[in-house]
Design a protein around this ligand. Structure first.
Ligand code: MN
Length: 463
């Protein structure tokens, strides 16, 4: 099957150009002017932005947390992703205590063994660091699981500073790195105890127990550790100015540090936790939402290339599941849906409102995750030979964000009522048209993708 997209505005990480693009046999077979092919179905995409399919490098599908399991599994989650222009997700396989990395990976392959609508891979979360786990790092890379995840908080998952040092050093020697959840676990526990003892049990106590300083301190510590290990590292879901300043300072000191943020930290703020009727619970995630000032700082950092990727940390729960914490904010399952809305939000509110260029959106949504996570140039770029993962955005298309009709398996939308201008119109996954006029028309074509080693380049100062 061949498709010829005519006169689109092709977007790369460096800029845009108008050209035709021919998709054949699952890949981009030709890019140029005045292309013709009698055997191809021709589509006029003039005035539309043609992006390499978006990659969401931070999702949690089918994850068991807080005595429940996320509302989206791989089947619904990958469909939601595709509907929103994301042609690949990277979820997190997890080694739980007592397991080998291989067991963790097998568990996740089994969990993702049903219908997938976009391509997928996993990072591997290491929760126990032993000599045998160290030996398994090479096996993971061989299996295409080339990046890792570490936690500085959550008792079931966290490693201590010395272990983090050893992991980062080991990964560096293997040619790769870890993304790290940065929060100060012990201090957060103390603040939670203090809030509960004071009778503060509502969602408003959640951000009060996890202030920005707890994140910034952990980012600082991580940067010190990475500096000593002479190893690259990524701070995932960076939420605030203080944490970001730690990353900037570490880079100046020579640490090869990468930064990720998420749409919820760009668009939502902590005042939402004060909503009446337990509505604040729907925004509980860790780290929590911050201030409007932090949002501004994050946007500037995205524009300047200080932040490398915008992923979602999609971890969805229904309102009924959120009720588990009705009388105790620490029992609210933490996480927000986002995999379906990321591309539309970033395009409309980022590119459409002039906060970032079309090329910057390409870098944070496609190119940088592809490079950092060993997918480039198979994905993350419109180039001859690359997978024909294509997201077509109509800059004039209006879209109302609402829970009604969303593909995500959740009964609320954190952005309910937001009116977007500029939205996903078509999505091709390896050449197959799966979204038309913003509607998911084809499911089930997603595959597990083996990844290569990362490319650590960090570029600032691009427009
Ligand atoms: Mn996460």
């Amino acid at each position: 099957m061949k498709t010829l997209l005519k006169n689109g505005i092709l977007v790369s990480g460096k800029g845009t150009r108008t050209a035709d693009i021919l998709l054949a046999d699952g890949v981009i077979s030709k890019i140029g002017s005045d292309l013709t092919d009698a055997s191809a179905e021709e589509m006029d995409v003039s005035g539309k932005y043609i992006y390499p399919g978006f990659i969401d490098a931070h999702t949690h599908m089918g994850l068991h947390v807080a005595g429940t399991v996320t509302a989206d599994d791989f089947t619904t989650g990958t469909a939601a992703a595709l509907a929103g222009g994301t042609t690949m997700i990277i979820d997190f396989g997890t080694q739980y205590h007592g397991e080998s990395l291989a067991q963790g990976l097998n568990n996740w392959h089994a969990m993702a063994g049903g219908e997938n609508s976009c391509d997928y891979s996993f990072h591997m979360s290491i929760s126990e660091w032993t000599p045998s786990v160290k030996n398994e790092v090479a096996d993971m890379i061989e299996a295409g699981i080339t990046t890792f995840k570490l936690y500085m908080t959550y008792p079931a998952m966290m490693l201590d500073d010395g272990e983090i040092y050893e992991v980062l050093k080991t990964l560096k020697e293997a040619g790769t790195f870890a993304g790290v959840h940065c929060e100060n676990a012990a201090l957060i526990d103390a603040l939670i105890r203090e809030n509960k003892a004071g009778g503060f049990l509502t969602p408003a106590a959640h951000p009060a127990s996890r202030p920005d300083t707890m994140e910034a301190e952990a980012v600082h510590r991580l940067m010190v550790i990475a500096g000593e290990a002479k190893a690259p590292v990524m701070a995932v879901h960076t939420t605030n100015e203080k944490a970001l300043n730690e990353i900037i300072a570490a880079r100046k000191a020579g640490v090869n540090a990468f930064a990720e943020t998420c749409p919820q930290y760009l668009f939502l703020d902590r005042s939402l936790y004060e909503l009446p009727d337990f509505e604040g619970a729907r925004y509980v995630c860790a780290p929590p939402l911050r201030t409007k000032k932090d949002q501004e700082v994050l946007w500037k950092a995205v524009k300047a290339g200080v932040i490398d990727t915008v992923s979602t940390d999609h971890c969805s729960f229904t309102l009924k599941q959120k009720e588990l914490g009705r009388n105790d904010f620490t029992k609210i399952p933490g996480g927000l849906p986002g995999v379906e809305t990321r591309g539309n939000l970033i395009f409309s509110e980022g590119v459409g409102k002039g906060r970032i260029s079309p090329a910057c959106a390409c870098r944070i949504l496609s190119e940088n995750p592809a490079r950092l996570y060993g997918l480039y140039p198979k994905k993350g770029v419109l180039a001859e030979g690359s997978d024909a993962d294509i997201t077509v955005i109509d800059p004039e298309k209006e879209k109302l964000l609402t829970k009604d009709g969303q593909v995500t398996n959740v009964d609320y939308n954190p952005y309910e009522g937001m009116k977007l201008k500029g939205a996903v119109e078509k999505v091709f996954l390896r050449g197959d048209l799966c979204v038309e006029d913003g509607k998911l028309i084809r499911r089930g074509l997603g595959r597990f993708i083996k990844r290569g080693l990362p490319d650590y380049r960090h570029e600032e100062g691009l427009a």
